[in-house]
Design a protein around this ligand. Structure first.
Ligand SMILES: *[C@@H]1O[C@H](CO)[C@@H](O)[C@H](O)[C@H]1NC(C)=O
Ligand SMILES: *[C@@H]1O[C@H](CO)[C@@H](O)[C@H](O)[C@H]1NC(C)=O
Ligand SMILES: *[C@@H]1O[C@H](CO)[C@@H](O)[C@H](O)[C@H]1NC(C)=O
Ligand SMILES: *[C@@H]1O[C@H](CO)[C@@H](O)[C@H](O)[C@H]1NC(C)=O
Length: 451
């Protein structure tokens, strides 16, 4: 006898198991219908459900067969509310507490749902004892401008959670409950764009499986807890746009999996920890708008995978380290509005992937060391304006890069001559004559003759 195709038995098996699954039981169906009626008036849910809501589920309802009490039945596995084709939320929608009584619910998404400008809805959860059997793995409450209240401490009882998103709900305020550290299965935690306050709980360090942590755009204050370094699987950490103070913890050098670190728009000060450049996988270092007030760390030049380095408006002083010319993956270097001085390292123009370079509003000086190819590569994404001591030798690029033409080549043949011209020009700048000199190369020539 010819052997059957190897996938056939598997297919038959799947077919039989779903055929064999009995309809959802009456109690679960009733719970589902009450949830639907509490949130949405898009349909007459009872007639839409018929004898078995899983026989032809509406968008936003996902059913799965599961065994319980010896029989295989269909159960509600996922509910989505808020955005078409999913059920939309009525103005009088209440928070669907009943959903937590659905015994096999794995995913609950409430997106763009609570937005009645005339009434707020409270974010609440059933008592912890009702949640202990929960199998919820994904819970997402996103873009609900009229959902109010604090993060319920019972969140800590949703022990199967892998993905928790409470994001863009402007009226969600207060502190993060410490119990969040109980959610040992969490892989992604996103609490961005709410109005959360207080410290970042150090117990987040207990979430050892965390790969993504986003607390950006809240009002968290105090220092960054050094215990976050225990999140050794962490790839993305975003704490930007809060009110964090202190420094970057020295323990951060242990976050070896990090590829994305954003700490911008806070009150962080001081040096990056020694050994920071050992974070070999880091691709994005986004730190602008912190009063760091230190020289740019030359060791950052060791971070070969770095694609974006943003340290604008950070009170950085000193020169741009030559080592930055080694950042061969760099596409964006944003250092505007600091106190950087000295020459621009010529090696930067070897960075073939560079796409955006902003060095404006610093105290850089000397001849811009970029060749035509590099200038074309950057186009309008190069900004050197606001550095009175910088100049270019090619008149044609002046409008693009925002700096003036260097004094005539005749004058700058020798370094000594260059510096005396420079001293002279600097004197002229303070007397406001620089623009006129720029407009009149003849007068530059004249000043050269006078030297
Ligand atoms: C909590 O569980 C009890 C007992 O099963 C039940 O009577 C009650 O309605 C549940 N409360 C909520 C808010 O689900
Ligand atoms: C940040 O913290 C400072 C000092 O604690 C406080 O005065 C300020 O109001 C806070 N700002 C925000 C946006 O929370
Ligand atoms: C640059 O340094 C001066 C004096 O050291 C200081 O007053 C100024 O605020 C600094 N500027 C920036 C942008 O940090
Ligand atoms: C550079 O930064 C300044 C802010 O200081 C900004 O106004 C300007 O648009 C930026 N230039 C480019 C090319 O991104």
């Amino acid at each position: 006898m010819a052997p059957a195709s190897s996938s056939l038995p598997v297919l038959l098996c799947l077919l039989f198991s779903s055929l064999a699954a009995a309809a959802m039981d009456a109690a679960e169906t009733e719970t589902l219908l009450r949830v639907m009626e509490a949130v949405s008036s898009d349909r007459d849910w009872r007639s839409a459900a018929g004898a078995d809501p899983c026989s032809s589920p509406w968008p936003g309802l996902e059913c799965k067969p599961a065994q319980s009490g010896g029989a295989t039945r269909m159960h509600v596995a996922r509910l989505d509310f808020g955005v078409l084709p999913n059920p939309t939320c009525k103005d009088t929608a209440t928070f669907p507490l009943g959903a937590f009584a659905l015994p096999h619910l794995r995913a609950l998404f409430i997106v763009d749902c609570f937005k009645n400008p005339d009434a707020t809805t409270a974010f609440t959860l059933p008592p912890a004892s009702n949640l202990s059997a929960s199998r919820l793995q994904q819970f997402s409450i996103h873009s609900n401008p009229s959902l109010s209240g604090t993060l319920p401490p019972q969140l800590a009882s949703l022990s199967s959670l892998q993905v928790l998103t409470v994001s863009q709900n402007a009226l969600i305020r207060g502190e993060v409950p410490q119990g969040i550290g109980e959610l040992k299965n969490l892989v992604h935690l996103d609490l961005s764009y709410n109005s959360l306050t207080g410290p970042i709980p150090s117990r987040l360090g207990d979430l050892r499986g965390l790969v993504g942590l986003d607390l950006s755009y809240n009002s968290f204050s105090g220092p960054i807890p050094s215990r976050l370094c225990e999140l050794t699987q962490l790839q993305k950490l975003d704490l930007s746009s809060n009110n964090l103070t202190g420094g970057v913890p020295g323990t951060f050098t242990r976050l070896k999996s990090l590829t994305f670190l954003a700490l911008s728009n806070n009150g962080l000060r001081g040096r990056l920890p020694t050994g920071f450049s050992g974070l070999r996988d880091l691709q994005y270092l986004i730190m602008e708008n912190n009063p760091m007030g230190v020289p740019l760390p030359s060791e950052l030049g060791n971070m070969a995978r770095l694609q974006e380095l943003r340290l604008a408006n950070s009170g950085c002083s000193g020169s741009i380290p030559e080592t930055f010319s080694l950042l061969s993956s760099l596409t964006t270097l944003s250092l505007e509005n600091n106190n950087l001085t000295g020459r621009i390292p010529a090696g930067l123009s070897r960075l073939k992937r560079m796409y955006h370079l902003n060095l404006s509003k610093n105290g850089l000086d000397g001849v811009v060391p970029f060749d035509g190819a590099f200038l074309r590569q950057l186009g309008r994404n190069l900004d050197l304006s606001g550095n009175p001591g910088l100049c270019v030798t090619d008149r044609a690029v002046v409008p693009d890069v925002g700096v003036g033409v260097c004094p005539d080549r005749v004058c700058v043949r020798s370094a000594a001559a260059e510096s005396s011209v420079r001293r002279l020009i600097k004197g002229e700048v303070t007397r406001g004559l620089w623009p006129r000199l720029l407009l009149r190369p003849a007068s530059v020539a004249l000043c050269c003759l006078l030297l």
